[in-house]
Design a binder for this molecule. Structure first.
Ligand code: ACO
Length: 433
Protein backbone atom coordinates (compact mmCIF):
# COMPACT_ATOMS: atom_id res chain seq x y z
CA UNK A 1 0.00 0.00 0.00
CA UNK A 2 1.33 3.47 -0.90
CA UNK A 3 1.24 6.24 1.68
CA UNK A 4 -1.82 8.46 1.51
CA UNK A 5 -1.76 12.25 1.28
CA UNK A 6 -3.18 13.52 4.57
CA UNK A 7 -2.54 17.26 4.36
CA UNK A 8 0.12 19.82 3.62
CA UNK A 9 2.77 21.69 5.57
CA UNK A 10 4.05 25.09 4.49
CA UNK A 11 7.58 26.36 4.92
CA UNK A 12 8.40 30.00 4.28
CA UNK A 13 11.90 31.29 3.70
CA UNK A 14 13.30 34.37 2.06
CA UNK A 15 9.89 35.58 0.85
CA UNK A 16 9.01 32.26 -0.80
CA UNK A 17 6.60 29.61 0.48
CA UNK A 18 6.74 25.93 -0.29
CA UNK A 19 3.69 23.75 0.24
CA UNK A 20 4.80 20.26 1.16
CA UNK A 21 2.57 17.19 0.97
CA UNK A 22 2.15 15.38 4.29
CA UNK A 23 1.94 11.60 3.89
CA UNK A 24 0.57 8.95 6.20
CA UNK A 25 1.48 5.28 6.20
CA UNK A 26 -0.45 2.38 7.74
CA UNK A 27 0.84 3.15 11.25
CA UNK A 28 3.09 5.79 12.77
CA UNK A 29 3.37 9.56 12.56
CA UNK A 30 2.71 11.52 9.38
CA UNK A 31 5.75 12.66 7.41
CA UNK A 32 6.29 15.88 5.50
CA UNK A 33 7.55 15.08 2.01
CA UNK A 34 10.43 17.53 1.58
CA UNK A 35 11.64 16.30 -1.80
CA UNK A 36 10.67 19.54 -3.58
CA UNK A 37 11.96 21.84 -0.84
CA UNK A 38 15.30 22.53 -2.46
CA UNK A 39 13.74 23.18 -5.87
CA UNK A 40 11.11 25.51 -4.41
CA UNK A 41 12.99 27.35 -1.63
CA UNK A 42 16.65 26.65 -2.42
CA UNK A 43 17.28 25.12 1.02
CA UNK A 44 18.18 21.63 2.23
CA UNK A 45 17.11 20.15 5.55
CA UNK A 46 19.62 19.58 8.36
CA UNK A 47 19.11 16.41 10.39
CA UNK A 48 22.41 14.96 11.60
CA UNK A 49 22.02 11.37 12.83
CA UNK A 50 18.68 11.29 10.95
CA UNK A 51 16.63 11.71 14.15
CA UNK A 52 13.57 12.96 12.24
CA UNK A 53 14.18 11.71 8.73
CA UNK A 54 12.29 8.88 7.04
CA UNK A 55 14.77 7.77 4.40
CA UNK A 56 12.59 5.14 2.74
CA UNK A 57 9.15 3.64 2.47
CA UNK A 58 9.05 0.12 3.95
CA UNK A 59 6.48 -2.60 4.53
CA UNK A 60 8.63 -4.85 6.72
CA UNK A 61 8.92 -3.67 10.33
CA UNK A 62 7.09 -1.09 12.43
CA UNK A 63 8.20 0.33 15.79
CA UNK A 64 6.16 2.56 18.07
CA UNK A 65 8.91 3.76 20.39
CA UNK A 66 6.58 5.53 22.83
CA UNK A 67 4.38 2.49 23.33
CA UNK A 68 7.17 -0.10 23.13
CA UNK A 69 5.63 -1.89 20.13
CA UNK A 70 7.55 -3.89 17.53
CA UNK A 71 5.73 -5.50 14.61
CA UNK A 72 7.17 -7.59 11.77
CA UNK A 73 4.84 -7.46 8.77
CA UNK A 74 2.14 -6.56 11.31
CA UNK A 75 2.79 -9.40 13.78
CA UNK A 76 3.81 -8.42 17.36
CA UNK A 77 7.30 -9.57 18.30
CA UNK A 78 6.09 -11.39 21.44
CA UNK A 79 3.68 -13.52 19.38
CA UNK A 80 6.46 -14.36 16.94
CA UNK A 81 8.94 -15.14 19.73
CA UNK A 82 6.44 -17.40 21.50
CA UNK A 83 4.66 -19.01 18.57
CA UNK A 84 6.97 -19.18 15.55
CA UNK A 85 10.42 -20.45 14.63
CA UNK A 86 13.27 -18.35 13.30
CA UNK A 87 12.82 -19.93 9.87
CA UNK A 88 9.14 -18.89 9.80
CA UNK A 89 10.14 -15.35 10.81
CA UNK A 90 12.83 -15.30 8.12
CA UNK A 91 10.25 -16.35 5.54
CA UNK A 92 7.84 -13.71 6.84
CA UNK A 93 10.41 -10.92 6.65
CA UNK A 94 11.52 -11.91 3.17
CA UNK A 95 8.11 -12.65 1.67
CA UNK A 96 5.57 -10.62 3.63
CA UNK A 97 3.35 -13.47 4.88
CA UNK A 98 3.72 -16.35 7.34
CA UNK A 99 4.51 -19.54 5.42
CA UNK A 100 2.04 -22.40 5.12
CA UNK A 101 3.44 -25.73 6.30
CA UNK A 102 4.39 -26.64 2.70
CA UNK A 103 6.02 -23.24 2.10
CA UNK A 104 7.90 -23.52 5.38
CA UNK A 105 9.21 -27.00 4.52
CA UNK A 106 10.25 -25.84 1.05
CA UNK A 107 12.00 -22.75 2.48
CA UNK A 108 13.92 -24.80 5.04
CA UNK A 109 14.90 -27.29 2.33
CA UNK A 110 16.21 -24.44 0.16
CA UNK A 111 18.21 -22.96 3.05
CA UNK A 112 19.71 -26.38 3.74
CA UNK A 113 20.95 -26.63 0.16
CA UNK A 114 23.25 -23.68 0.84
CA UNK A 115 24.71 -24.28 4.32
CA UNK A 116 28.09 -25.48 3.04
CA UNK A 117 30.91 -23.11 2.13
CA UNK A 118 33.11 -23.33 -0.94
CA UNK A 119 36.17 -25.31 0.18
CA UNK A 120 38.44 -22.52 -1.01
CA UNK A 121 36.77 -20.16 1.44
CA UNK A 122 38.13 -22.35 4.25
CA UNK A 123 41.62 -21.21 3.37
CA UNK A 124 40.56 -17.58 3.61
CA UNK A 125 40.26 -17.97 7.39
CA UNK A 126 43.96 -18.81 7.65
CA UNK A 127 44.85 -15.29 6.55
CA UNK A 128 43.60 -13.88 9.84
CA UNK A 129 45.73 -13.55 12.95
CA UNK A 130 44.87 -16.30 15.40
CA UNK A 131 43.72 -13.72 17.99
CA UNK A 132 41.47 -11.82 15.56
CA UNK A 133 38.07 -10.76 16.88
CA UNK A 134 35.42 -13.02 15.26
CA UNK A 135 33.58 -9.89 14.04
CA UNK A 136 36.72 -8.87 12.11
CA UNK A 137 36.75 -12.32 10.52
CA UNK A 138 33.02 -12.19 9.77
CA UNK A 139 33.30 -8.79 8.00
CA UNK A 140 36.04 -10.23 5.80
CA UNK A 141 34.57 -13.62 4.96
CA UNK A 142 31.07 -12.33 4.22
CA UNK A 143 32.53 -9.73 1.85
CA UNK A 144 34.61 -12.53 0.31
CA UNK A 145 31.43 -14.46 -0.61
CA UNK A 146 30.99 -12.05 -3.53
CA UNK A 147 34.18 -13.48 -5.00
CA UNK A 148 32.58 -16.95 -5.09
CA UNK A 149 29.27 -16.25 -6.79
CA UNK A 150 30.05 -14.27 -9.94
CA UNK A 151 27.27 -16.16 -11.67
CA UNK A 152 24.62 -14.76 -9.33
CA UNK A 153 25.54 -11.12 -8.82
CA UNK A 154 23.07 -9.59 -11.27
CA UNK A 155 20.88 -7.69 -8.83
CA UNK A 156 18.38 -6.86 -11.58
CA UNK A 157 17.45 -10.57 -11.84
CA UNK A 158 14.83 -11.56 -9.19
CA UNK A 159 15.95 -15.22 -9.18
CA UNK A 160 19.59 -14.21 -8.56
CA UNK A 161 18.49 -11.87 -5.76
CA UNK A 162 16.55 -14.73 -4.18
CA UNK A 163 19.46 -17.16 -4.41
CA UNK A 164 21.82 -14.61 -2.88
CA UNK A 165 19.37 -14.07 -0.01
CA UNK A 166 19.12 -17.83 0.62
CA UNK A 167 22.89 -18.23 0.43
CA UNK A 168 23.48 -15.45 2.94
CA UNK A 169 20.91 -16.74 5.45
CA UNK A 170 22.18 -20.32 5.06
CA UNK A 171 25.90 -19.60 5.20
CA UNK A 172 26.03 -17.05 8.01
CA UNK A 173 25.86 -19.66 10.82
CA UNK A 174 28.64 -21.67 9.16
CA UNK A 175 30.83 -18.59 8.70
CA UNK A 176 30.10 -17.40 12.25
CA UNK A 177 30.83 -20.78 13.85
CA UNK A 178 34.03 -21.13 11.83
CA UNK A 179 35.16 -17.65 12.86
CA UNK A 180 34.88 -18.88 16.46
CA UNK A 181 36.59 -22.21 15.76
CA UNK A 182 39.45 -20.43 14.04
CA UNK A 183 40.08 -18.06 16.96
CA UNK A 184 40.10 -21.07 19.32
CA UNK A 185 42.38 -23.13 17.12
CA UNK A 186 39.68 -25.83 16.88
CA UNK A 187 38.88 -27.76 13.68
CA UNK A 188 36.03 -26.49 11.56
CA UNK A 189 32.84 -28.53 11.89
CA UNK A 190 30.73 -28.93 8.75
CA UNK A 191 27.00 -28.19 8.84
CA UNK A 192 24.50 -30.97 9.46
CA UNK A 193 21.34 -30.58 7.46
CA UNK A 194 19.33 -32.97 9.62
CA UNK A 195 19.40 -30.29 12.34
CA UNK A 196 17.32 -27.14 12.61
CA UNK A 197 18.89 -23.74 11.92
CA UNK A 198 19.54 -23.02 15.61
CA UNK A 199 20.63 -26.59 16.39
CA UNK A 200 23.03 -26.61 13.47
CA UNK A 201 24.60 -23.34 14.59
CA UNK A 202 25.15 -24.68 18.13
CA UNK A 203 26.47 -27.92 16.68
CA UNK A 204 29.02 -26.17 14.46
CA UNK A 205 30.07 -23.97 17.39
CA UNK A 206 30.51 -26.66 20.01
CA UNK A 207 30.94 -30.08 18.37
CA UNK A 208 34.40 -31.62 18.06
CA UNK A 209 35.32 -34.36 15.57
CA UNK A 210 36.78 -36.38 18.46
CA UNK A 211 33.50 -37.13 20.24
CA UNK A 212 29.74 -37.19 19.65
CA UNK A 213 27.90 -33.97 20.46
CA UNK A 214 24.24 -33.84 21.36
CA UNK A 215 22.60 -30.44 20.91
CA UNK A 216 20.60 -29.52 24.02
CA UNK A 217 16.93 -28.87 23.13
CA UNK A 218 16.83 -26.16 25.84
CA UNK A 219 19.73 -24.31 24.26
CA UNK A 220 18.38 -24.77 20.73
CA UNK A 221 15.00 -23.34 21.73
CA UNK A 222 16.63 -20.37 23.47
CA UNK A 223 18.92 -19.78 20.49
CA UNK A 224 15.98 -19.84 18.09
CA UNK A 225 14.17 -17.24 20.20
CA UNK A 226 17.29 -15.05 20.46
CA UNK A 227 17.58 -15.19 16.66
CA UNK A 228 13.92 -14.12 16.30
CA UNK A 229 14.41 -11.19 18.68
CA UNK A 230 17.32 -9.89 16.62
CA UNK A 231 15.96 -10.62 13.14
CA UNK A 232 15.02 -7.09 12.06
CA UNK A 233 14.57 -3.65 13.54
CA UNK A 234 13.44 -1.18 10.92
CA UNK A 235 15.93 1.46 9.70
CA UNK A 236 18.63 1.12 12.39
CA UNK A 237 22.27 2.09 11.73
CA UNK A 238 23.37 -1.23 10.19
CA UNK A 239 20.22 -1.66 8.09
CA UNK A 240 20.56 1.90 6.80
CA UNK A 241 24.19 1.07 5.98
CA UNK A 242 23.05 -1.97 4.00
CA UNK A 243 20.46 0.13 2.16
CA UNK A 244 22.93 2.93 1.39
CA UNK A 245 25.55 0.48 0.12
CA UNK A 246 22.85 -1.34 -1.86
CA UNK A 247 21.56 1.89 -3.40
CA UNK A 248 24.80 2.11 -5.39
CA UNK A 249 24.08 -1.24 -7.04
CA UNK A 250 26.73 -3.06 -4.95
CA UNK A 251 26.21 -6.82 -4.70
CA UNK A 252 24.32 -8.18 -1.66
CA UNK A 253 27.36 -9.90 -0.12
CA UNK A 254 29.27 -6.59 -0.10
CA UNK A 255 26.20 -4.81 1.33
CA UNK A 256 25.78 -7.31 4.18
CA UNK A 257 29.53 -7.05 4.96
CA UNK A 258 28.98 -3.27 5.27
CA UNK A 259 26.04 -3.92 7.62
CA UNK A 260 28.19 -6.22 9.76
CA UNK A 261 30.83 -3.49 10.06
CA UNK A 262 28.18 -0.98 11.19
CA UNK A 263 26.69 -3.46 13.65
CA UNK A 264 30.05 -3.97 15.36
CA UNK A 265 30.10 -0.60 17.19
CA UNK A 266 29.31 -0.55 20.93
CA UNK A 267 26.47 1.95 20.35
CA UNK A 268 24.75 -0.72 18.21
CA UNK A 269 25.23 -4.51 18.11
CA UNK A 270 28.49 -4.36 20.05
CA UNK A 271 26.48 -3.36 23.13
CA UNK A 272 25.73 -6.96 24.16
CA UNK A 273 29.46 -7.63 24.55
CA UNK A 274 29.90 -4.25 26.26
CA UNK A 275 27.14 -5.06 28.81
CA UNK A 276 29.04 -8.07 30.10
CA UNK A 277 32.29 -6.11 30.29
CA UNK A 278 30.41 -3.41 32.22
CA UNK A 279 28.88 -5.93 34.65
CA UNK A 280 32.30 -7.51 35.19
CA UNK A 281 33.78 -4.09 35.92
CA UNK A 282 31.02 -3.21 38.39
CA UNK A 283 31.65 -6.55 40.09
CA UNK A 284 29.22 -6.44 43.00
CA UNK A 285 25.95 -4.75 43.92
CA UNK A 286 27.73 -2.48 46.42
CA UNK A 287 29.52 -0.79 43.52
CA UNK A 288 26.32 0.08 41.61
CA UNK A 289 25.83 3.56 43.17
CA UNK A 290 29.40 4.61 42.24
CA UNK A 291 28.96 3.26 38.73
CA UNK A 292 25.61 5.02 38.24
CA UNK A 293 27.15 8.27 39.52
CA UNK A 294 29.89 7.86 36.90
CA UNK A 295 27.33 7.29 34.15
CA UNK A 296 25.50 10.47 35.15
CA UNK A 297 28.74 12.49 35.07
CA UNK A 298 28.90 13.70 31.46
CA UNK A 299 32.69 14.16 31.73
CA UNK A 300 33.27 10.47 32.48
CA UNK A 301 32.35 9.28 28.99
CA UNK A 302 30.78 6.20 30.63
CA UNK A 303 27.36 4.98 29.48
CA UNK A 304 25.06 2.42 30.98
CA UNK A 305 25.42 -0.17 28.24
CA UNK A 306 22.24 -1.96 27.23
CA UNK A 307 20.20 1.10 28.19
CA UNK A 308 18.68 3.74 25.94
CA UNK A 309 17.51 3.63 22.38
CA UNK A 310 17.04 6.11 19.57
CA UNK A 311 13.45 5.05 18.96
CA UNK A 312 12.19 3.39 22.17
CA UNK A 313 11.24 5.89 24.84
CA UNK A 314 9.60 3.07 26.73
CA UNK A 315 10.57 -0.57 27.38
CA UNK A 316 12.14 -2.22 24.36
CA UNK A 317 9.64 -5.10 23.90
CA UNK A 318 12.52 -7.37 22.99
CA UNK A 319 14.20 -6.63 26.34
CA UNK A 320 11.10 -7.84 28.22
CA UNK A 321 11.07 -11.15 26.31
CA UNK A 322 14.84 -11.44 26.68
CA UNK A 323 14.61 -10.94 30.45
CA UNK A 324 11.92 -13.62 30.71
CA UNK A 325 13.91 -15.97 28.47
CA UNK A 326 16.99 -15.33 30.58
CA UNK A 327 15.25 -16.53 33.76
CA UNK A 328 13.74 -19.52 31.90
CA UNK A 329 17.05 -20.60 30.37
CA UNK A 330 18.94 -20.33 33.64
CA UNK A 331 16.21 -22.33 35.40
CA UNK A 332 16.17 -25.01 32.69
CA UNK A 333 19.94 -25.23 32.81
CA UNK A 334 19.72 -25.63 36.56
CA UNK A 335 21.68 -22.43 37.19
CA UNK A 336 20.14 -21.19 40.42
CA UNK A 337 22.81 -18.70 41.32
CA UNK A 338 24.07 -16.39 38.58
CA UNK A 339 25.70 -13.35 40.22
CA UNK A 340 25.79 -11.47 36.91
CA UNK A 341 22.02 -11.79 36.48
CA UNK A 342 21.45 -10.64 40.07
CA UNK A 343 23.73 -7.68 39.41
CA UNK A 344 21.93 -6.82 36.16
CA UNK A 345 18.49 -7.02 37.83
CA UNK A 346 19.66 -4.71 40.61
CA UNK A 347 21.32 -2.29 38.17
CA UNK A 348 18.14 -2.15 36.08
CA UNK A 349 16.07 -1.46 39.22
CA UNK A 350 18.38 1.35 40.37
CA UNK A 351 18.45 2.94 36.91
CA UNK A 352 14.68 2.74 36.43
CA UNK A 353 14.16 4.62 39.70
CA UNK A 354 16.83 7.25 39.08
CA UNK A 355 15.60 10.66 37.84
CA UNK A 356 18.50 10.85 35.33
CA UNK A 357 17.21 7.80 33.44
CA UNK A 358 13.52 8.48 34.11
CA UNK A 359 13.66 12.04 32.73
CA UNK A 360 15.53 10.91 29.61
CA UNK A 361 13.21 7.93 29.12
CA UNK A 362 16.12 5.47 29.16
CA UNK A 363 15.01 1.85 29.46
CA UNK A 364 16.79 -1.48 28.98
CA UNK A 365 17.22 -2.41 25.32
CA UNK A 366 17.52 -5.88 23.78
CA UNK A 367 21.19 -6.10 24.67
CA UNK A 368 20.82 -5.66 28.43
CA UNK A 369 19.88 -9.29 29.09
CA UNK A 370 20.97 -11.08 25.90
CA UNK A 371 24.61 -11.29 26.99
CA UNK A 372 23.68 -12.98 30.26
CA UNK A 373 21.68 -15.69 28.47
CA UNK A 374 24.39 -16.19 25.88
CA UNK A 375 27.02 -16.49 28.61
CA UNK A 376 24.88 -19.07 30.43
CA UNK A 377 24.60 -20.99 27.15
CA UNK A 378 28.38 -21.13 26.94
CA UNK A 379 28.70 -18.65 24.06
CA UNK A 380 31.93 -16.69 24.46
CA UNK A 381 31.59 -12.91 24.81
CA UNK A 382 33.43 -12.20 21.59
CA UNK A 383 30.71 -14.12 19.71
CA UNK A 384 27.75 -12.10 21.00
CA UNK A 385 27.75 -9.53 18.22
CA UNK A 386 28.53 -12.23 15.66
CA UNK A 387 25.36 -14.01 16.70
CA UNK A 388 23.43 -10.77 16.35
CA UNK A 389 24.81 -10.52 12.79
CA UNK A 390 23.66 -14.06 11.98
CA UNK A 391 20.09 -13.15 13.01
CA UNK A 392 20.06 -9.66 11.51
CA UNK A 393 21.23 -10.95 8.11
CA UNK A 394 17.60 -11.96 7.55
CA UNK A 395 16.42 -8.39 8.19
CA UNK A 396 19.24 -6.81 6.20
CA UNK A 397 18.65 -8.94 3.13
CA UNK A 398 14.86 -8.45 3.31
CA UNK A 399 15.35 -4.68 3.50
CA UNK A 400 17.93 -4.78 0.69
CA UNK A 401 15.55 -6.78 -1.51
CA UNK A 402 12.67 -4.44 -0.78
CA UNK A 403 14.83 -1.45 -1.73
CA UNK A 404 16.09 -2.98 -4.99
CA UNK A 405 12.50 -3.89 -5.94
CA UNK A 406 11.26 -0.34 -5.31
CA UNK A 407 10.36 1.35 -8.62
CA UNK A 408 12.48 4.45 -9.24
CA UNK A 409 15.07 3.46 -6.63
CA UNK A 410 18.00 5.94 -6.66
CA UNK A 411 21.44 6.13 -5.09
CA UNK A 412 21.34 7.39 -1.47
CA UNK A 413 23.21 10.67 -1.16
CA UNK A 414 22.77 12.96 1.91
CA UNK A 415 23.79 16.63 1.76
CA UNK A 416 25.66 18.77 4.31
CA UNK A 417 26.11 22.23 5.74
CA UNK A 418 29.63 23.14 4.72
CA UNK A 419 31.46 25.05 7.48
CA UNK A 420 35.03 24.79 6.16
CA UNK A 421 37.22 27.42 4.49
CA UNK A 422 35.78 29.51 1.67
CA UNK A 423 37.34 29.24 -1.80
CA UNK A 424 40.98 30.34 -1.82
CA UNK A 425 44.00 30.15 -4.16
CA UNK A 426 46.74 27.57 -3.83
CA UNK A 427 50.15 28.90 -2.79
CA UNK A 428 52.99 26.72 -4.23
CA UNK A 429 54.93 24.75 -1.58
CA UNK A 430 58.11 26.82 -2.09
CA UNK A 431 56.24 30.03 -1.27
CA UNK A 432 54.43 28.73 1.84
CA UNK A 433 55.97 29.91 5.10
N1 ACO B 1 23.75 5.83 29.58
C1 ACO B 1 23.77 7.10 30.04
N2 ACO B 1 23.19 8.15 29.42
C2 ACO B 1 22.57 7.86 28.26
C3 ACO B 1 22.51 6.57 27.72
C4 ACO B 1 23.13 5.54 28.43
N3 ACO B 1 23.10 4.28 27.96
N4 ACO B 1 21.82 6.60 26.55
C5 ACO B 1 21.46 7.88 26.36
N5 ACO B 1 21.90 8.65 27.40
C6 ACO B 1 21.66 10.09 27.60
C7 ACO B 1 22.46 10.92 26.61
O1 ACO B 1 23.73 11.24 27.13
C8 ACO B 1 21.56 12.11 26.44
O2 ACO B 1 21.69 12.93 27.59
P1 ACO B 1 21.54 14.54 27.50
O3 ACO B 1 20.14 14.77 27.04
O4 ACO B 1 21.82 15.03 28.87
O5 ACO B 1 22.56 14.99 26.48
C9 ACO B 1 20.16 11.54 26.50
O6 ACO B 1 20.29 10.33 27.27
C10 ACO B 1 19.57 11.21 25.13
O7 ACO B 1 20.39 10.26 24.50
P2 ACO B 1 20.99 10.38 23.03
O8 ACO B 1 22.48 10.24 23.10
O9 ACO B 1 20.45 11.60 22.34
O10 ACO B 1 20.37 9.09 22.38
P3 ACO B 1 20.69 8.52 20.96
O11 ACO B 1 19.39 8.20 20.35
O12 ACO B 1 21.58 9.40 20.18
O13 ACO B 1 21.52 7.19 21.29
C11 ACO B 1 21.99 4.99 21.95
C12 ACO B 1 20.93 5.96 21.44
C13 ACO B 1 23.22 5.02 21.02
C14 ACO B 1 21.42 3.57 21.92
C15 ACO B 1 22.39 5.38 23.39
O14 ACO B 1 21.26 5.30 24.23
C16 ACO B 1 23.52 4.51 23.93
O15 ACO B 1 24.70 4.79 23.65
N6 ACO B 1 23.20 3.43 24.71
C17 ACO B 1 24.20 2.54 25.22
C18 ACO B 1 24.65 1.59 24.11
C19 ACO B 1 23.61 0.53 23.78
O16 ACO B 1 23.03 -0.11 24.65
N7 ACO B 1 23.39 0.35 22.48
C20 ACO B 1 22.46 -0.67 21.94
C21 ACO B 1 21.29 0.00 21.29
S1 ACO B 1 20.13 -1.20 20.78
C22 ACO B 1 20.85 -1.94 19.48
O17 ACO B 1 21.52 -1.34 18.67
C23 ACO B 1 20.66 -3.32 19.36
Amino acid sequence: MSPTASGTATVTYDGKTATLPVLTGTLGPAVADIRRLQAELGVFTFDPAYGTTAACESRITFIDGDEGVLLHRGYPIDQLAEGATFMEVAYLLLNGEMPTRAENDAFIAQIKQHTMLHEQLRHFFNGFRRDAHPMAILCGVVGALSAFYHDHLDIADPRQREISALRLIAKLPTLAAWAYKYTMGFPFVYPRNDLSYAENFLYMMFAMPSEPYQVSPVLARAMDRILILHADHEQNASTSTVRLAGSTGANPFACIAAGIAALWGPAHGGANEAVLKMLAEIGTKENIPDFVAKVKDKNSGVKLMGFGHRVYKNFDPRAKIMQRTCHEVLAELGITDEPMLDLAVELEKVALEDPYFVSRKLYPNVDFYSGIILKAMGIPTSMFTVLFAVARTVGWISQWKEMIEEPGQRIGRPRQIYTGAGQRDLVPLAERS
